[in-house]
Design a binder for this molecule. Structure first.
Ligand SMILES: NC(=O)c1ccc[n+]([C@@H]2O[C@H](COP(=O)([O-])OP(=O)(O)OC[C@H]3O[C@@H](n4cnc5c(N)ncnc54)[C@H](OP(=O)(O)O)[C@@H]3O)[C@@H](O)[C@H]2O)c1
Length: 283
């Protein structure tokens, strides 16, 4: 029996983990919301870890607003960099295996083929820089870690591209969606299931991994696939644009190669459109 702590458990990944772990025997879970455990509070973290005998910690807590991070740099770094350091320090002191989630936004997007784990990082926005700093803290502090970079996360829960598109369609808004970036939409349910596999198999093949669904598309392709799956493609007013002004720069290309995770950890990979249909059908 493993004892697992999930931080940031009210986020979309946290909720996907909660749903799946409720069905999983063999793992006892403590789902800590931001109110239960603020990962910037070192005193509370120490107390929390000392009072519970955790074997694993999934750090699903993060500052995830890419746009706002440009004007809230201090806060983004406090949560994504210092918070990750606080959690990894507690994991080290209590011999807890850490599963931490990072992002494709650590890359600058100039590559033309899928990024592998050893490719150079060069974030082009504050969010990416804060997440990279978090990775670096963990690597420097505690070797029993899995840092999993993922991309374009969506799910049935919370604020994400899928839920925004479905809401806009209901409001009958005309939608102009960018073709400026290419990446891989990834179901947070699939990420949750990959994390659970790592825990259930008690893997000790620690390190840095990429995990996303398979294939690639632009945000426009993502929107189109959503409306095809909901059979709204003929009614919704959807148009493409090459130019879409945002505060934060975004990598033009951030597709990731996930072969290391498949080979080392035996985790299956699913096409992004297949996973998208599954999430939409479950709603
Ligand atoms: N979303 C994406 O497209 C995407 C892409 C690549 C990687 N990722 C990474 O994937 C992971 C999961 O993302 P997600 O989409 O599930 O994020 P999310 O829905 O924004 O959830 C993050 C959770 O962390 C909580 N949180 C924020 N600050 C905290 C603090 N100081 N202490 C404890 N909890 C705190 C948030 O609470 P509040 O709701 O109260 O703020 C929220 O419940 C993150 O590490 C993220 O960087 C996400």
């Amino acid at each position: 029996m493993s004892n697992l702590l999930v931080t940031g458990s009210n986020g979309q990944l946290g909720q996907c983990l909660r749903e799946q772990l409720n069905r999983s025997a063999g793992i006892t879970c403590y789902f800590a919301t931001r109110e239960d455990l603020d990962i910037t509070n070192t005193v509370l973290i120490q107390k929390f870890f000392a009072e519970n005998n955790f074997d694993y910690c999934v750090n699903a807590a993060a500052y995830t607003n890419v746009e706002k991070a440009e004007s809230e740099e201090k806060l983004a770094f406090l949560i994504n960099a210092e918070g990750a350091r606080n959690i990894s320090k507690a994991c080290k002191e209590n011999d807890v295996v850490l599963l931490h989630i990072s992002t494709d936004y650590v890359f600058d997007g100039t590559k033309k083929t899928p990024y592998i784990e050893t490719d150079n990082t060069r974030p082009i926005n504050v969010y990416g820089a804060s997440k990279l700093k978090g990775e670096q803290h963990i690597r420097a502090l505690w070797n029993k870690h899995f840092i999993i970079r993922t991309s374009w996360l969506y799910s049935q829960y919370g604020h994400n591209f899928l839920n925004s598109m479905l809401r806009f369609a209901k409001e009958e808004k005309a939608l102009t969606i960018t073709t400026q970036q290419t990446g891989t939409p990834t179901s947070a349910n699939d990420l949750a299931s990959a994390l659970i596999t790592i825990i259930e198999t008690r893997s000790s093949r620690y390190g840095l991994y990429h995990f996303s669904n398979q294939g690639a598309g632009t945000w426009y392709d993502f929107a189109k696939a959503i409306f095809e799956a909901t059979a709204e493609i003929d009614t919704v007013r959807l148009a493409k644009t090459e130019h879409y002004a945002t505060f934060a720069k975004r990598p033009a290309y951030s597709v990731m190669d996930c072969m290391k995770l498949k080979t080392n950890l035996g985790i299956g990979l699913t096409d992004w459109k297949v996973s998208l249909k599954k999430v939409i059908n479950s709603k």
